[in-house]
Structure formats: C-alpha cells, structure tokens
Design a protein around this ligand. Structure first.
Ligand SMILES: [Zn+2]
Ligand SMILES: [Zn+2]
Length: 253
C-alpha cells in the first residue's frame, strides 16, 4: 500500500496544505487539502476516512464532492466515528452551509453515503487495507488509527493530546513499520498544546515512550507553518518530518 502525503500541515498559510493522505488509490484519509489531488484520483476514490470533524481535516470535503458529481457511478463513502459523522451532517453538509450530498442523487445514486466505523476492532478498507480505529484525546469525535497492509503496519495518531490506548494497542502489532504522531506546537507553547488537546515535542517524546518500540521510525506531522522552524529544532533527530508529496510503501505494492 502506498501511503501518500498530499498535505501534512497543521495550519493554512500561503502555500501550506492541511492534512490529507492517500492510502493506495481508493481511500483518502482526511480531506483538508482534498482538491490538491488530480481530478482522476478524486473520481477514483471509494472512501474518505476521517480522523475527526475539525475544519482543518475536512475543509475541502465539500469541494471534493462537488468536483466528482457526474464523474462517478457510485456514492463516495465518508467514514468516521459516530460523533464525527453527526457533526458533518448537522453543521457542514446540512443544506445551509453546504448541500446535503447524501440526499442529492446523480445517475440514480446518492453522491455521498455516510458510514460509522467501529472502535477497537479491525475492519477492511477498499484496497484490502485493514484498519483499527482507537479513540484519542481530542474533540470532534477524534480517532487515531492502526493500519495493516500485508505483513506491515503503521500507527497514525490524527490530532490528539496525550493519549494511551492507541500506543498500547500499537505496541503489540507485528510488522509495525512507522509511527505517525502529531506535533502542533513547540515546547514554548506546551500549555497551549495541553489546553487544546495537541502535542509539542516533549509530549510527543512521552507518547513514543508509551509506544515502547524504539526501532520503529517516528514521523511528526501537523506542524504549524509559523512555528515550523522552532518545532523542527526541538524535534531534533528523534523524529522524521514528512513533506507534502512524500510517499511511503507499506507492505509491498
Ligand atoms: Zn483537531
Ligand atoms: Zn488538525
């Protein structure tokens, strides 16, 4: 499975890109920068999997749906926690702020179908990727994920403050090849990180201690552009920091 970084940033400024990843060609993980992918990839998606319902993670979901109308034969599945789906239905795709695309049909099928995901059990995503959703410490129905492709796996925090269950679960996973942990603020703003349910480098290190798999490469993402240099210097060599456009092969092609 190719894990491709469309956008990995925690702020929107100038040419920065909000969080959006591709899991293979058929699943998009979060949709902050969904429209940065070419139209043929937008048309071929089967699912948008959401970590949570904060705007920076679903800003362009509405525009993605608008782009693919008339170019798809099946609904696009939007999957998230029950709370996440409720927030989108109530506050975003509500026929006021943006159309309710689950009600609008094109070619006889709805443009969008919602699916709530189970927590703490494995489910299969399009393309044969296995996923486990784990509640994390952040609002808007936030979940982290463990993904398995072939014999390899990765853990992905989504947005979170200090949390435990995700790392405890990931610690036991065979073939764990990457750990992705958010890092929104530098240590100077540690109080703000804690108050807003995010992490800073010292907190991210604590999280990796909980994971307890020192051989696994760690990637810090969701950095804010104006705080990037400061945050990078504190992350040092303990973490790799992805760039927009990077891709990672997990478990073979
Ligand atoms: Zn958030
Ligand atoms: Zn965020």
């Amino acid at each position: 499975m190719n894990f491709r970084v469309v956008g990995c940033e925690g702020s929107r400024l100038e040419e920065s890109r909000l969080v959006t990843m591709l899991l293979g060609h058929r699943v998009m993980l979060d949709a902050g920068s969904a429209c940065s992918v070419p139209p043929r990839i937008q048309d071929g998606l089967e699912m948008v999997l959401l970590t949570h319902a904060h705007l920076d993670h679903l800003l362009e979901l509405g525009f993605l749906l608008d782009n693919v109308i008339g170019f798809r034969k099946r609904p696009l599945t939007v999957m998230g926690s029950s709370a996440c789906i409720s927030i989108i239905r109530e506050h975003y795709m509500n026929d006021r702020l943006w159309p309710d695309f689950s009600r609008i049909t094109s070619g006889g099928v709805p443009v969008l179908e919602y699916r709530e995901m189970p927590d703490l059990s494995w489910f299969e995503l399009p393309g044969g990727i296995m996923a486990m959703s784990v509640p994390v410490n952040h609002p808007a129905g936030a979940r982290g994920f463990i993904f398995r492709a072939g014999s390899s796996a990765m853990v992905y925090s989504g947005d979170t403050g200090p949390t435990e269950e995700l790392w405890r679960r990931a610690r036991e996973i065979p073939g764990l090849a990457m750990a992705w942990v958010e890092c929104s603020f530098p240590d100077r703003l540690r109080d703000l990180a804690i108050a807003s349910d995010h992490l800073c480098p010292s907190l991210a290190r604590d999280q990796m201690t909980l994971l307890g798999r020192p051989e696994v490469p760690r990637y810090a993402f969701h950095l804010k552009k104006r705080l990037r240099e400061e945050t990078l210097s504190e992350l040092g060599t303990d973490f790799l920091v992805p760039e927009n456009g990077d891709s990672f092969l997990l478990g073979g092609p």
